[in-house]
Design a protein around this ligand. Sequence first.
Ligand SMILES: Cc1ncc(COP(=O)(O)O)c(C=O)c1O
Length: 289
Amino acid sequence: MTTLVWAGGLLRAEGEPVIAAGDHGWTVGDGVFETLEIVGGRAFGLRRHLKRLAYSAARMGMAEIDQEVVREAVGEVLAAGSGLRRLRITVSSGPGPAPLARGGGPHTIVVTADDAAPAPSCHAVRVPWRRNERSALAGVKSTSYAENVVIMEFARSRGADEAVLANTHGHLCEGAASNIVIERAGEIVTPPLASGCLPGIVRGLALEWGAEAGLPVRVAAPGELELGVLDEVVAGDAFAAVTSSTRRIQPLASLDKTPLEHGPLLAQLRSVFEERAALDHDPAPRHSK
Ligand SMILES: Cc1ncc(COP(=O)(O)O)c(C=O)c1O
């Protein structure tokens, strides 16, 4: 795999150290990040990702991120490589004097890109852990992601590559690294942001583009989707798909090892997304629902 690295104003050799030992992103995961798909040498949805990066930083109480620096870094990385598939922007609060005290210094900004192919299908499992919708980091794309790593390792140990989580109320929430959409009773619904899920870029576009194409797609009312809806999915009475920047809209191929059929409406939503994404690689940001 080829990885390009931009840090401290320069493109770096892969593997070159770029983080100070006391960086708060390194010591306590005090940072924010974005993962973007690269299509034809361009970062898909860059404006929306930069908006969410700023939102995540504001939610964490970090100083405002210099978006121009990030944009320039993204441009340099994209110009330096070919065949790239995935871009990551990571911004930490910078050097910190103590684990629980932030420094006032400049952010640490790192942009990387690689040619990793997206997962061809999605096999998911249910997991024993919950998303805490009242966490200080609920809905924030923070670098404090070890919880998701643990969940993903659990999924991998069971032959899967994604996990589906409920929140502390037992309401359907999201995947370890994706949002979830359910097709049932002739419509497509996705958990509300109040469930604690991330305001996913692809989730948002699926809602907007799906509605504009006349598909019955909406955000569920809080509590409308219980985790038990996954029993309906396993029974074949409902269908599920995950959404993320690397998977786009991907139907669940299996859940807890039960093979699943693809929902017809979700297939239409997927086609609409593919068509619209091919026409517009950087859709204007809108308010997240
Ligand atoms: C926890 C979580 N939820 C949802 C998503 C999907 O978000 P997006 O569509 O912006 O990639 C991700 C992406 O990595 C994620 O980590």
